[in-house]
Ligand binder design. Structure first.
Ligand code: BDR
Ligand code: CA
Length: 308
């Protein structure tokens, strides 16, 4: 029986790696996809998402637009990493697919309510939509099996020394999500850069005539060209970690989000101290399963098999 998921994306090169895989893998039932401002502005994220799932040959999956800005106002995009169109210059308009008329949080609410199977949310962008959904429909959110999110870090940041992009972009939304009391798994920067691919993977993808494989190769090539070393499949790892937890190791830690305006704004503070309130009375945050390692070769192999 395929597992039911809803993806929330800010497509984005590595979001595209996640989407190409998720909609093609028969082990997953992608009930819907919601879009959020992040790597690029919302309208472009929506265009990119429709284009990527079209190239993947997806069935009729509803795609809805969500938040146009972080909860507290604008913060930066990441076009310097993902290109001006968010897809390294490879985005194309599609005419045979359009956005669902519902707002992202309405779509999530309807899909969760209608599902006869447990549903997991997999957000791989800033958490604005997910926070709005939890705040608006808390009773529906409680029906979720859990949330496995790409974001945060128990070690270093990427936008700043301590903050990862998705959390940095909307720390207040992340605070709502991490404090929701829902079962949260964090796929953060501790593992994000592990799933590296190189020229030999591009060559393998190029052997397949499918539009999915060719887009995947174009996107890897774009990154490979701009970075010149192993490039990460990024957000795909969150989907793989959901499907194959046996390929990961993790630890439950209390996690809090820094929402102050200091140097560490957007940091996920992962409390590595023993959870002993007598020894350590100043506990912070809420329990969260933090993924600390992934089986790189196996995950990359599974991605290639599905995407090509
Ligand atoms: C995250 O930020 C975005 O640029 C990527 O798509 C990924 O979700 C990594 O910090
Ligand atoms: Ca992303």
């Amino acid at each position: 029986m395929p597992k039911s998921v809803i993806l929330d994306v800010d497509t984005g090169v590595d979001d595209a790696f996640a989407l190409l895989y998720a909609v093609r893998n028969p082990e997953l039932k992608v009930l819907g996809i919601t879009c959020v401002d992040g790597n690029t502005h919302l309208d472009q994220v929506c265009r990119n998402t429709l284009y990527v799932i079209d190239a993947a040959g997806a069935g009729n999956i509803p795609v809805a637009a969500g938040a146009r800005h972080p909860l507290m106002g604008s913060s930066g995009h990441a076009e310097h990493v993902h290109g001006n169109d968010g897809l390294g210059g490879h985005s194309k308009p599609v005419t045979n697919r359009s956005l669902d008329k519902r707002h992202a949080i309405e779509l999530i609410k309807d899909l969760v309510n209608e599902s006869t199977e447990p549903v997991t949310l997999i957000p791989v962008g800033p958490l604005t939509n997910i926070a709005l959904f939890i705040a608006t429909y808390p009773e529906v959110a409680k029906k979720l099996e859990g949330i496995l999110l790409m974001g945060g870090s128990a070690s270093m940041g990427n936008v700043t020394a301590t903050a990862e992009f998705n959390i940095w972009h909307d720390p207040e939304a992340a605070h709502v999500v991490f404090n929701s009391g829902l079962p949260i798994t964090m796929y953060g920067l501790d593992v994000f850069y592990e799933l590296g691919v190189t020229q030999s993977h591009i060559d393998e993808l190029r052997k397949s005539p499918s539009t999915s494989a060719q887009l995947a190769a174009d996107l890897v090539e774009f990154r490979y060209g701009s970075m010149g070393s192993e490039i990460t499949l990024g957000d795909y790892g969150a989907v793989a970690s959901f499907l194959y937890p046996e390929l990961t190791t993790s630890k439950v830690m209390n996690v809090a989000v820094d929402v102050t305006n200091g140097l560490n704004r957007g940091q996920t503070i992962c409390d590595k101290r023993p959870n002993e309130t007598e020894l350590y009375p100043n506990q912070i945050g809420k329990p969260c399963k933090v993924i600390l390692s992934v089986q790189k070769e196996e995950m990359v192999k599974r991605w290639i098999e599905v995407v090509k």
